[in-house]
Design a binder for this molecule. Sequence first.
Ligand SMILES: [Zn+2]
Length: 115
Amino acid sequence: MKKTKVKVNKNEIKFKLKKNDNVKIMTGKANTGTGRIIRIDVVNQKVYVEGQNLVKKAIKQKKQNQKAGISEIEAAIHISNVRIICKKCGPTRIGTKIGADGKKTRICKKCGDEF
Ligand SMILES: [Zn+2]
């Protein structure tokens, strides 16, 4: 079967999280730590959080001087499972505010502070 490619206009996706945001992982798993977003997968609505949701991955030896073995890497987490951390309120949702100049800023939905 041929895979059909889904075309996504990146500008149309309302992606509120940004790289380097501090987030808390809210999944039911034991691993519910906090960390910094190191990578964003806009198309799949997923983020990679530094040091969180680690999975063991076998590394195959490709070069002679490279060691084969098991290494831990960050696995993607769906954005619905992470919450941005507000300095005042802790994990929260992001709201948007449109300023007088028409620029959008991200704010905490609880206290209204800008991120
Ligand atoms: Zn807040």
